[in-house]
Design a protein around this ligand. Structure first.
Ligand code: SF4
Length: 357
């Protein structure tokens, strides 16, 4: 299970808290070459670790904006990896890059072995996309989706952000999304990152966000509409048509070992219960890590397990609090020995999980 972080964006979205550098093509200075050389050196250095994490044979190229990378750069990365023929190979893309690259770029991704595309649409309202600083409008997102289909992609995931606009806009956005019939949907509540452009826009009154009760109603609307359309709500923020759960992300939630490559990427060894992370620096980056304590392992299992519809083993929870949460309906049994947070309470999962740690 390999994750590669591509730390470039053409411009920054107002809400973004991910590590990324602005790729300034106007200046003629493209740091892609030095990034690729450092990445290939890291792949070589961590070859054994990469091979050891192949039990879950997935590759995920995320960012940032991986679709900013030319096909030749992606090919160079793939050639450096000691593994190929991934069961699931996902790349995150932005609609504007897909349109700019035309059919040849999407066909090129397919030829490189990408078999799942995750596209950040975020909203189908042009005014919302505008203040969020997205580089595309709703109709371009639809065109990009169709282009990916024309290129033969049969497993496409679309990202939406709720809690950032009116429920009416979200509802018509869900209509637009369902009309495209993607295999997978991820929906995240907008969060205001400290130091983000959004934070200062809010302070200046340039943007108004819905309050928590509206956000809860929007989450409930997503749950209801996606379920009615045949999507399985298998994790707090993720829905899939039958057979299309994200294998890579599911492996994170079940605590499989993974190797994260590139600046800002995280890695985890299940065998050693060891977590490490790369510094958010270019053109090269360093790694540091920590041994997880038994308590941290237990808490992480609880936090990740309760995000998923399969829940966790009831025996792993403090029995007095388990009984109280079951009695209050904030937990329910999902098999003879497993418990989960019911979908109706997933919106307040943080509170429930912290009570069980
Ligand atoms: S494209 Fe993604 S990573 Fe880049 S600024 Fe926007 S949200 Fe952040």
């Amino acid at each position: 299970m390999i994750y590669i972080h591509v730390p470039f964006c053409r411009s920054f979205c107002t809400y973004c808290g991910f590590y990324s550098e602005r790729l300034c093509s106007e200046s003629g200075h493209l740091p892609i070459d030095s990034y690729i050389s450092s990445l290939c050196a890291e792949i070589l250095r961590r070859r054994e670790e990469i091979l050891a994490a192949a039990a879950c044979n997935t590759l995920y190229i995320g960012g940032g904006t991986p679709s900013l990378l030319p096909l030749a750069a992606l090919e160079q990365i793939l050639k450096a990896l000691p593994l190929s023929g991934f069961d699931e190979f996902t790349i995150e893309v932005n609609p504007d890059d897909i349109l700019k690259g035309g059919l040849s770029y999407s066909l090129g991704l397919k030829a490189l072995g990408v078999n799942r595309v995750s596209m950040g649409v975020q909203s189908f309202s042009d005014s919302e996309l505008h203040w969020m600083g997205r580089r595309h409008n709703a109709s371009q997102a639809v065109q990009a989706f169709r282009l990916l289909r024309d290129a033969g992609f049969e497993n496409i995931s679309l990202d939406l952000i709720f809690g950032q606009g009116s429920t009416e806009n979200l509802s018509s956005g869900i209509d637009s999304l369902l009309a495209l019939s993607p295999e997978h949907v991820s929906a995240y509540q907008l969060s205001v990152e400290s130091g983000s452009a959004l934070e200062s826009m809010l302070e200046k009154g340039l943007v108004h966000l819905p309050d928590d009760s509206v956000c809860a109603a929007q989450y409930a609307l997503l749950c209801e509409r996606l379920s009615a359309a045949g999507y399985e709500h298998y994790e707090i923020s993720n829905w899939a048509k039958p057979g299309f759960r994200a294998r890579h992300n599911s492996a994170y939630w079940t605590r499989c070992s993974y190797v994260g490559l590139g600046p800002g990427a995280h890695s985890f060894s299940r065998e050693r219960e060891y977590r490490s992370w790369n510094s958010e620096t270019l053109p090269s980056w360093q790694s540091e890590g920590e041994q997880l304590s038994a308590r941290e392992v237990r808490e992480e299992r609880t936090m990740l397990g309760l995000r998923c519809c399969e829940g966790i083993d009831a025996a792993a929870l403090p029995q007095d609090r388990l009984a109280a949460e079951l009695a209050s309906g904030r937990l329910c049994s999902c098999s003879s020995h497993r418990v989960r947070i019911p979908e109706t309470h997933w919106f307040v999962s943080d509170d429930i999980i912290s009570n069980l740690l």
